[in-house]
Ligand binder design. Structure first.
Ligand SMILES: *Cc1c(COP(=O)(O)O)cnc(C)c1O
Length: 348
């Protein structure tokens, strides 16, 4: 298995826990193998550990082989499983961007794996040479979030291509927000790079954050390795069923995405006209990062009026910035009117 070079030796050699449901995948059998209570409750049985039905549906939807799909209890579980399967603490390192999604750092720290950060420039863009100055053969895992959280900018295709070639380890492209952009998914490039992992989620564009379903697309041998490391029943039956139902509603999903995208440009132009707003970052996601004069005060004033936005003022590169999720038109109107009121009351 040539992709085993990307994994910890202990994971390659691991013989996994064999769950009862590993041994039989058919229907209509008398199940006396898993110590379940057979008496009358809808959820008395363990779920399919490999989520076959759901993966087949995702495969059809995303146009990919089901064997290339791994599902986690949210992307956050996938991030943790990847770190644990790839990095030996005290030896291997992780590389990511700054600022970017906070869970990479938290998960690395929990697993005691050291992390290096590549600073984005003043416009929160990734500079090619700054990245490759940092990249070393100790980086067994690189997390690239595109569109990037918290600013919503895309990472250049050419930089990621070069990274996939030059990296000695796995490159994870986190596409949590890809459906709000017009970019082509890196899923299309999986056959070219055996070290590419594409992360997506049902939490954002599919409007199903409560289900906790993270989708990861990768070489089938890497899926097999993660299957050995994951908890056997990591996605519950109600979550698998609700996810299947959500994938029957893709017309409604697409319509909501279209509305969010058009609201994103409307909110942007309203914000750009305000005196309290210094800069609105270009976003390909369902949020916008906004630099304010008096950001902390504005955050508190919004909160007093029960509008909660994300305070990013303490993140490097995001000084004075609040991250605002694009809601429904009515929600966005409430936000804009409230900001205008705060502006008039305090800063005019
Ligand atoms: C929201 C988000 C996720 C999704 O995490 P889930 O655990 O699937 O809800 C992953 N990556 C990024 C960058 C995100 O912003």
């Amino acid at each position: 298995m040539k992709v085993s070079k990307y994994l910890k030796k202990s994971v390659v050699e691991l013989s996994p826990y064999s769950s009862a449901r590993d041994e039989y995948a058919g229907d209509n059998a008398l199940l006396l193998d898993a110590n379940e209570n057979a008496f009358n409750f809808q959820y008395n049985r363990y779920p399919d550990p490999y989520q076959r039905k759901l993966k087949n549906k995702i495969a059809e939807w995303r146009g990919i082989d089901a064997r290339s799909i791994f599902l986690g209890n949210g992307s956050d579980e996938v991030i943790d499983l990847l770190i644990r399967s790839v990095c030996t603490p005290g030896k291997d390192r992780i590389l990511s961007l700054d600022p970017s999604y906070g869970m990479y750092q938290v998960s690395a720290a929990i697993n005691e794996v050291d992390m290096d950060l590549v600073k984005l420039n003043l416009n929160l863009k990734l500079n090619r040479s700054v990245l490759f100055e940092k990249l070393s053969s100790n980086h067994k895992l690189v997390f690239i979030c595109s569109p990037n959280n918290p600013n919503g900018g895309m990472i250049d295709t050419e930089i990621i291509e070069e990274l996939l070639v030059r990296s000695k380890g796995l490159v994870v492209v986190d596409e949590a927000y890809i459906d709000f952009s017009n970019a082509i998914s890196w899923i299309e490039r999986l056959a070219e790079y055996d070290n590419l992992i594409v992360l997506q989620t049902m939490s954002k564009s599919l409007g199903a954050a409560g289900l906790r379903i993270g989708m990861a697309f990768m070489h089938p041998e890497l899926v097999k390795a993660l299957n050995k490391v994951k908890p056997p029943y990591n996605i519950s039956i109600p979550s698998q069923e609700a996810a299947l139902r959500r994938l029957d509603q893709l017309d409604a999903v697409d319509q909501s995405i279209g509305e969010i995208i058009s609201e994103r440009s409307r909110v942007r132009s309203c914000l750009e006209k305000m005196a309290i707003v210094k800069h609105v970052y270009v976003s390909c996601a369902n949020f916008i990062l906004v630099r304010f004069d008096h950001a902390e005060e504005i955050f508190s004033e919004l909160k007093l009026r029960k509008i909660i936005v994300r305070n990013r003022t303490k993140e490097r590169g995001c000084e004075g910035c609040l991250r605002i999720t694009i809601g429904r038109r009515i929600d966005n109107d409430f936000l804009i009117n409230t900001l205008l009121e705060i502006e008039k009351m305090k800063y005019k």
